[in-house]
Design a protein around this ligand. Structure first.
Ligand SMILES: NC(=O)c1ccc[n+]([C@@H]2O[C@H](COP(=O)([O-])OP(=O)(O)OC[C@H]3O[C@@H](n4cnc5c(N)ncnc54)[C@H](OP(=O)(O)O)[C@@H]3O)[C@@H](O)[C@H]2O)c1
Length: 258
């Protein structure tokens, strides 16, 4: 049994959450140029309005929301249902990253990270899933990270939030495969965005947000569950995680100089 992809995006109704910058902005713009109807969400309304100009007025809805706020998400989805009667694809890209190490672990930052990166996608999925199950169709795509594959430095809250996304997507895929609803788990390596601009180390296999958007949308079109890129980096990390812990930690200490 294989889950279905999407032949073309023209006319498809897509909710991009985290559309105001970086990977989400690149996905939203590409989708608008491909003729999709795009509901653009995140907190910065002015950025969303600018990005909406990539397409025609009829093509987009600007729905400012904070993913940590249940009521805002619910109202946002209601607005989409009123306008479009449903969605074909939920593309949840939004995420936050604050470097955290044992020496400066801050529980409040950890709580905010889990709320935005794990509970945020769960809130959105809980909203859109009933309609998709009723229709026996639809796509749920969530951006996690290779930081969720296994423990890495400076990710004491971000890493666990993204590891949980992998598990959440695996669970969803198992349950939704027989229903006609597709699940896409997206694990990027390093992508040049506002989030990574503050990194003070050399990022291996760094790609642009436009390249990331192309990988994501192609993977969704093909119906792929495990969308990871760039492969030269992600395949190496997938190999590392099957190694015994002593070898894994030795390699990380040897090569990660942060
Ligand atoms: N860049 C990388 O190297 C990389 C690698 C692996 C995974 N990722 C993942 O890719 C996703 C996008 O990251 P990016 O690099 O493109 O970062 P970015 O440029 O900082 O974009 C993050 C997006 O999330 C939105 N967002 C953050 N908190 C939000 C909240 N509480 N409510 C609503 N929207 C919120 C931001 O919009 P507002 O500020 O307008 O709310 C923005 O649109 C994230 O999930 C990130 O973890 C990135």
């Amino acid at each position: 049994m294989k889950q279905s992809g999407i032949d073309h995006f023209s006319g498809k109704r897509v909710w991009v959450i985290g559309a105001s910058s970086g990977i989400g902005e690149a996905c939203a713009k590409t989708l608008l140029l491909k003729g999709a109807k795009v509901a653009l969400s995140s907190r910065r309304a002015e950025r969303l309005n600018e990005i909406a100009l990539t397409g025609t007025i009829e093509q987009s809805l600007v729905i400012p929301i904070d993913v940590t706020d249940d009521a805002q998400l619910q109202d946002g989805y209601k607005t989409i249902l009123n306008a479009w009667h449903g969605i074909d694809l939920l593309l949840f890209v939004s995420g936050v990253y604050t470097p955290l190490r044992a020496a400066y672990f801050d529980f409040k930052i950890a709580e905010k990270t889990i709320d935005a990166n794990l509970l945020g996608p769960m809130r959105a999925v809980a909203l859109v899933m009933p309609e998709m199950l009723k229709a026996h169709s639809g796509h749920i795509a969530i951006v996690g990270s290779v930081a969720g594959y296994s423990g890495l430095p400076k990710a004491l809250a971000y890493g666990p939030s993204k590891a949980a996304i992998i598990n959440f997507c695996e669970n969803l895929y198992y349950d939704l495969l027989p229903t006609g609803v597709s699940v896409h788990m997206i694990s990027p390596g390093f992508v040049a965005t506002e989030a990574t601009a503050k990194n003070d180390f050399e990022m291996p296999a760094l790609i642009s947000a436009e390249e990331a958007a192309s990988e994501i949308l192609t993977g969704i079109q093909k119906g792929e569950f495990d969308i990871h890129f760039p492969k030269r980096f992600t395949r190496f990390l997938k190999f590392l995680r099957i190694l015994p812990y002593p070898i894994y930690f030795w390699i990380v200490r040897r090569f990660v100089k942060i």
